[in-house]
Design a protein around this ligand. Structure first.
Ligand SMILES: [Zn+2]
Length: 441
């Protein structure tokens, strides 16, 4: 027998932290499509593996203690778990793992909406930076913001991401560019990681750009990052990765090598902002240093992609940035055909403010040349591996985290098809409903 769940009326889209005594067992039944993304892999998926979504028609999933316990045909799961008190009837809806955002700069202060007229006048990314806009303008705002303000602003963006279905995300520092300011950002992310429903992984990006105090002295700043910032960050924050923007005008491969060596010594695994504006060698470097991911890859060379495939480096593609910064779109088909496992991220940042991975999945299909199944794999299981969480989130397998979405559509094909909007009806994080946008009746 299926009982209806207790009906709770609350404003649409509100993000809630359930009371500690909220029930921890939840049964979801009769999903038109239960998208499990199950597979025999203990690594990110490549080539045709990326098209296998493991869909169970009329599927059910039973969650207990924050984990997935049973997945299968509704009749089979009901046979074992039919007595569960809290049940969601997902008839006519899609159930899938919570989305994973592999690349964000969500922790910043201020805004750059005032740069849009410059864009309309045809100024390039570099020209906007030369006028005092771009990253350095956000560095000024972020350095000036008290930690509480940084936390409050970032929390709002995380709320937005959660409503669009993101249950796990990576967040980078990189708008401080001094030890103190970078540490402030990482501690703000740590605080949010303990208090916000989204599971966060933090990345130290002290080598985002050369700060004004070091103009013309990139080598000296790279040494500061490697020798002074990394040892302090590694002991005083929860940072898991170390990222460097390898680009003309940012950091050279040689400077990046020194920073990555220092990071690895302290347990921070490398990630690379690679080949975004030009073929700067980031893809090849990511393979050489054993990076977890190389991100952007708009101008990656064939040799660089081959090296990434051989080394098992995940390619994280960020099409919303191409849209906002008027850059070319990465060629996902070429990258997937090279054998690179591809993930997606919003790259949420003040120059490309997008909290919706659903729209990124759509850009993946409409502009990067991805099959809808590939784009969804890229925004779930492959994104999870790209941030070191592939054994915990990204699929609905027994033992995985009980993070899932109920979509108000009967076919997962609508993800990647609709350009914008929000298909998410419910977000379940660690077995508890944290967003409920069900239409009010
Ligand atoms: Zn980035």
């Amino acid at each position: 027998m299926i009982r209806r769940p207790h009906k709770v009326l609350r404003p649409r889209g509100q993000v809630t932290t359930p009371p500690a005594d909220a029930p921890t067992a939840l049964l979801i039944v009769h999903a038109a499509e239960l998208v499990t993304l199950r597979g025999p892999y203990t690594r990110a998926r490549r080539r045709e593996e990326m098209r296998d979504l493991g869909i169970i028609p009329d599927g059910a999933v039973y969650l207990e203690g924050g984990r997935v316990k049973e997945v299968g045909d509704t009749r089979d799961v009901l046979r074992v778990r039919g007595g569960t008190r809290d049940v969601i009837d997902a008839t006519g809806k899609v159930v899938l793992p919570g989305l994973v955002d592999a690349h964000t700069h969500a922790a910043f202060a201020g805004s750059r909406h005032h740069e849009l007229p410059w864009k309309a006048d045809g100024l390039s990314y570099q020209e906007i930076a030369a006028r005092g806009g771009g990253i350095l303008s956000t560095v000024r705002d972020t350095r000036a913001a008290p930690r509480e303000a940084l936390i409050a602003g970032t929390r709002k963006r995380l709320d937005g991401m959660l409503r669009f279905g993101t249950t796990t995300a990576e967040v980078k520092s990189g708008y401080g560019l001094t030890l103190e300011a970078e540490l402030e950002i990482l501690l703000a992310i740590d605080e949010l990681s303990n208090t916000h429903p989204i599971g966060l992984v933090s990345t130290f990006l002290g080598a985002h750009t050369v700060p004004p105090e070091f103009e013309g002295r990139g080598d000296a700043y790279a040494d500061l990052v490697a020798n002074e910032m990394i040892p302090a960050i590694a002991t005083r924050s929860g940072a898991r990765f170390c990222d460097v923007w390898v680009e003309e005008g940012a950091f050279t491969p040689d400077q990046a090598r020194r920073i990555f060596a220092a990071g690895k010594e302290r347990g921070l695994d490398p990630k690379v902002h690679a080949d975004e504006l030009s073929a700067a060698g980031g893809a090849a470097l990511s393979a050489e240093v054993g990076a977890v991911s190389a991100d952007h890859l708009i101008h990656a060379s064939d040799a660089g992609l081959r090296a990434m495939a051989e080394a098992g480096v995940i390619g994280v593609l960020l099409p919303a940035t191409s849209l906002a910064a008027k850059l070319p779109f990465a060629d996902a088909r070429r990258i997937i055909n090279a054998g690179v496992a591809v993930a997606l991220g919003t790259d949420l940042n003040p120059g490309s403010w997008n909290e919706s991975l659903q729209s990124v999945i759509a850009l993946g299909t409409h502009r990067l040349g991805m099959y809808p199944e590939e784009a969804l794999t890229a925004a779930t299981v492959n994104a999870a591996f790209a941030i070191g969480k592939g054994r915990e989130v990204g699929t609905l397998d027994p033992g995985m985290a009980a993070d899932l979405l109920v979509l108000d559509t009967d076919s997962v094909g609508h993800l990647g098809y609709r350009l914008t909007g929000n298909l998410v009806e419910k977000v379940v994080k660690a077995g508890r409903v944290v967003v409920d946008r069900a239409p009010l009746r």
